[in-house]
Design a protein. Structure first.
Length: 169
């Protein structure tokens, strides 16, 4: 299934009042209400799994002005972009897009697509790059649905940081 950009824009336009009326850390609509019109790329799908594991509130392929951001929390005006090699070859174009989004009041975070598909190392407990990235964004902006999840993400980041420091020593 390919994404139909007009249908996606119409979908979110109809739901926008409900979405913007909700708190930044709570869903205004079903987390998968978009699945019949949006086809995620493999790297977006991997990152979506990390977002859902973090119990974070982001809407995929959310329209902002003339753009669609990969994942957005429109209440907090936070956007996450997965930079797959095929779609992000022009860094100047991406930078101009980020500036336009920032001028509209959005904070844009970018993660390389290669980081989205690395798995956890269950032997060492190292968290994957995508999880680390999502945890930082979610904690910085308070976008998780519950405090216990925030505590778990903070502990995971701290444990990962300590493990990395230990490896460097």
């Amino acid at each position: 299934m390919s994404s139909n950009w007009n249908a996606i824009r119409d979908h979110y336009e109809a739901l926008k009042p409900r979405i913007l009326a909700e708190r930044k850390d709570e869903w205004a609509i079903d987390a998968y209400a978009w699945s019949h019109i949006i086809a995620l790329t493999p790297i977006e799908d991997w990152l979506w799994m990390q977002i859902r594991e973090a119990n974070a509130i982001f809407y995929p392929q959310y329209p902002v002005g003339r753009y669609f951001v990969d994942f957005a929390n429109p209440v907090a005006r936070v956007a996450i972009e997965c930079d797959g090699a095929a779609f992000h070859l022009d860094q100047a174009k991406d930078a101009a897009r980020d500036r336009a989004l920032m001028e509209m009041g959005w904070r844009v975070y970018r993660i390389p697509g290669s980081h989205c598909i690395r798995d956890n190392d269950h032997e060492t407990g190292q968290i994957r790059e995508a999880a680390r990235f999502v945890y930082r964004v979610v904690l910085e902006h308070g976008l998780s649905r519950n405090q216990s999840m925030n505590d778990m993400m903070f502990r995971a980041l701290e444990n990962d940081r300590a493990r990395r420091e230990e490896e460097l020593a």
